[in-house]
Design a binder for this molecule. Sequence first.
Ligand SMILES: [Zn+2]
Length: 229
Amino acid sequence: MYGIRMSFVLLMVVLVLPTLSTASEAIPEIILDYPWDHSPITVYIDNISVPEHYSPTYYTQIEEAMKYWEKGGNRNLKFTPVFELVDSKDADIRIKWVENLENVEGAPSGVAGYARPRISDDRYLRVDIVLEVGNYQGKAWRQYGDATMLSIAKHEFGHALGLGHSSDRRDIMYPEHEQRDNINPLLLSKYGPLLRAAVFVALIFLLYLGVSWHHSRKKRKKLEDEYFK
Ligand SMILES: [Zn+2]
């Protein structure tokens, strides 16, 4: 009986932890205060290998998104970023478009863009931003307009500057439709251990409750056997 309960708890640890570590609620508003150890931050925009429905006007939206953050963005940055466009894939931030994230990258349905950072010692080494150019609404394919592209780009740049998600609906870092946006679980690495520890403590407590319930039942059974024969 005890063995069964124990293996159940272990199974829960295995099942619950991965779910928790990808829960977006756990993403703090600021993930890294100073994610880049140098300035300017170089940006490479891949407008050469573009998907079928790419619009040349999207390039301008990236430039606008960069200006937005250079001018202070949503006021949540602790530093003022300076960007420099470069023509090399060795850039700090690399941006590319794909036709549809679900099809091309196997992203969950409705995801419009993501920022994937490579982190070392609380610094970003590189951030890859991938944006899709449109999405299915029902069965119909709809290409994103410039305004949508701009807001997706601003949002993903926010991640590339160390920001997480905001709970304020008016903030650019609010996951407008959580589905339309995705953040790499890697970003949780800083907070993952804390979360895991909390879950572990909770599970130990549950286990303790289970064991003491088992004990008291045994005790009662013994008393019953002694007195109610
Ligand atoms: Zn996001």
